[in-house]
Design a protein around this ligand. Sequence first.
Ligand code: BG6
Length: 518
Amino acid sequence: MDFSRQNLEKYIDTVVQGKASSADFSTEACLVEGPVEPFTIVIFGATGDLTTRKLAPALYNLYLTGAIPDSLVIVGAARSRMSHTEFRDRIKTALIGTDMSMWDRFASSLYYQSVQFNSPDSFLALSKELQTLEKGLNPKGNKIFYLAIPPSFYASVSEMLGKAGLSLENQNGNGWVRIVVEKPFGRDLKTATDLNETLHRHFGEDQIFRIDHYLAKETVQNVLMLRFANAIFEPLWSRMFIDNVQIIAAESLGVENRAEYYEEAGVLRDMFQNHMMQLLALTAMEPPSRLQPDFVQDEKSKVFRSLRPFSEWDLKESLLLGQYSSGAVDGKNVPGYREEPGVNPVSITPTFAGIRIFIDNWRWHGVPFYLVSGKRLAKKMTEIIICFKKAPHSMFRGILGEMASANILTLGIYPDEKISLSFETKNPGARVCLRSVRMDFDYRQNYNGPVLDAYEKAIIDCIQGDHMLFWRQDGVELCWSFLDPVLEDCENCADQGRRLHFYPAGSWGPEAAESFKS
Ligand code: BG6
């Protein structure tokens, strides 16, 4: 330790008072490691919602911050006919509200190609077009194929790419070639393995990127840092000190214009099979020995493999399903799920679920994990809440007549990107009274640099060939094996309708959820 006055002042400013100057924190070092090679990205489903809402803004922001090279080729591919100019106009509209200073240069990288998803000729034409566009810009021919299309087209698009020679790496005018697949990865174990087999006919596992945008959220990545870059949490992180864990992903939005998909998926396939399971794995996994994709994925798979399967009896105890009826969100009246356009008026698709999960391993034996997610709840909020056990003996009981509250560590993912720890203190004054207070860390504290949105991070990682924040197939299959019996029970039981708890839009879910965690 350097005890010079200058050093002590700096220590007090940064560590004790949290007043670090921007020079103490590197803003650029966290963006992208090393130069990014020129590449082409072909977005199948270029006229869809995902492209306009997420992918185009992500690519443009990466371009603005210089995280991706100027010599970029972006090809929007979809079934409808459209000119390059019309496509550019569409993307421009999607970027309204952004800094448009680089738009003209970015727009010159955008192209459109009409593609019929089951036509070999269409894909041969695409291949030819790519060779022309890539000349001088992307000499190696590095390519990303992004499937932003309904999953029913995944198989034919990957098949057609393969047949047109577009999946072959380092031959046929290609450099590296990667395919990005959006969830859902199948709708049960069988369809997930079928999809995997189809993808593997033409693409190797290292070419396949199964995206889960939750994994690329800064605060979700931070769960690993909090747990494994600090020595103080890990010794407490087990059944010895933790009473229960709650993982909550509440949304205030309804089904929007996705009724066709959502009617088939419901909340269990839409949120649990992917995002919720990843949050669970990050919270419960053992420390990997290295921060490398396979090391991390191995530890996650061990968690998935340890999930206690539900018996028929405890499924009723451990699963609560609900559906929103009409109500008010943010002071606005909104329709119930069954009244939404495109939804069956007697639909029994759940829009809310609470599941109690146990992990059968040494660390977590007997600790319930409550996973709760729903649409049209009071507000959008995503949090992981670690509830510690109460102090084993309270010496204050004689005076206060009650036990002190347990400590709670909250990992806020949205809207507050924070870590907060609650603990008991003495209230100032002559009498002994306790009060619970919180120690808060805001994720952006002392950081003014650019922040990558989840899709930006996922795209960058894909360009760099880094699978850390993507699903590995064994994880996908293990989660389906766990959820399949739950889905079967929900979808095939005779009293399915009766077991659905309705809740008014804008509430915190069905009333039965109140007693769910007791
Ligand atoms: C998507 C689901 O994967 O995640 C949507 O399909 C859900 O239904 C969304 O609204 C939630 O993501 P975020 O990032 O808004 O929490």
